[in-house]
Design a protein around this ligand. Structure first.
Ligand SMILES: O=C1O[C@H](COP(=O)(O)O)[C@@H](O)[C@H](O)[C@H]1O
Length: 305
């Protein structure tokens, strides 16, 4: 029996994605067949989600830079601005290629507006600050307009910082710098970039934490983060899931189990880790993984970029 299906492919990292029709002869050796059948199941069951699994961190960084530059270009074309929310951690280093050619010259940096999907409530000069990390390794190397960088108020309590940040976002929704979701009334960021911890947390949404249930606020706070520092503010799930595009970037073996739980355990009401609850309502979710982080995915879920 021969099965026909479409696979997403690209010839190299510099060329665009395309869809290729593949005919699978069901007498193909078993392992190969499982992989192809699995890919077909992924694209038919979760059309809203894409997995990009890379051989090396260098490949992943190039693809991530391409992806961000493409969404920036499309947003500027459509809305005249690009509203992007960053996270902290290893993600920032993996965005480094955006500071190099060609992106440093081709991206329309003056149209970028920067936000944080989560921030640690520490001084902006503190080594734990997500703002400081982004400033040192990214923002100081590209010509983004300083007044377009919306960091948190670091001189108040976590609760006040969350309230303040929610207010800032509301003002920018009013002035249309940030779009608004037509189905959730939440801000609709053009792109939210998330890292993922080994426990499956994204932004500062940690496993089994009550903040995961927050439905009313756009920005919430916690004072008991299991990962130091304890005080943080975070976008809530409704805001993350209202974005036009969300990327989860996870590398290294320590993330493999969480990636498996988030990606493979689908169709469940309660995904076992917060990353699994990132399911944009209308937007597109892309996972960027290296081989190590993808090493525990079900065989059928994997396909390489
Ligand atoms: O504490 C945090 O951790 C996550 C993951 O960091 P990573 O270094 O393991 O990639 C990060 O995405 C989040 O923004 C940060 O506050």
């Amino acid at each position: 029996m021969v099965l026909a299906m479409g696979l997403k492919a690209r010839d190299s990292l510099d060329t665009p994605w395309f869809y290729r029709s593949v005919e699978l002869n069901l007498e193909t050796p078993a392992a190969h067949a499982v992989e192809l059948v699995g890919s077909m199941a992924l694209s038919s069951v979760r059309k809203d989600r894409e997995l990009r699994i890379h051989e090396s961190l260098d490949d992943l960084s190039t693809d991530l830079a391409d992806y961000i530059a493409e969404i920036s270009e499309a947003s500027v074309k459509e809305r005249g601005v690009f509203a992007i929310a960053l996270s902290g951690g290893s993600l920032i280093g993996l965005m480094g290629k955006l500071c190099e050619a060609p992106y440093n010259k081709t991206v329309d940096w003056a149209k970028w507006y920067i936000f944080w999907a989560d921030e640690r409530v520490v001084a902006k000069s503190h080594v734990d600050s997500n703002y400081k990390l982004a400033k040192d390794r990214f923002l100081s190397k590209v010509p983004i307009i300083p007044s377009h960088v919306h960091s948190i108020n670091d001189s108040v309590s976590a609760e006040e910082a969350a309230d303040d940040y929610g207010f800032v976002i509301r003002q920018l929704v009013k002035s249309r710098v940030i779009s608004v979701s037509d189905i959730s009334d939440c801000p609709k960021f053009d792109l939210i970039l998330l890292g993922m911890g080994p426990d499956g947390h994204v932004a500062s949404l940690f496993p089994n934490h009550s903040v995961l249930e927050e439905k009313d606020e756009w920005v919430s706070f916690i004072t008991d983060s299991p990962k130091p520092p304890p005080e943080r503010i975070t976008f809530t799930l409704p805001v993350i899931n209202s974005a036009s595009n969300v990327a989860i970037v996870a590398t290294g073996e320590s993330k493999a189990e969480a990636a498996h739980l988030a990606v493979d355990v689908i169709g469940s009401d309660l995904p076992p880790v917060p990353a699994g609850v990132v399911q944009p309502l209308k937007g597109k979710l892309v996972w960027f993984l290296d081989k190590a982080a993808a090493s525990k995915l079900d065989a059928g879920t994997q396909f390489s970029a």
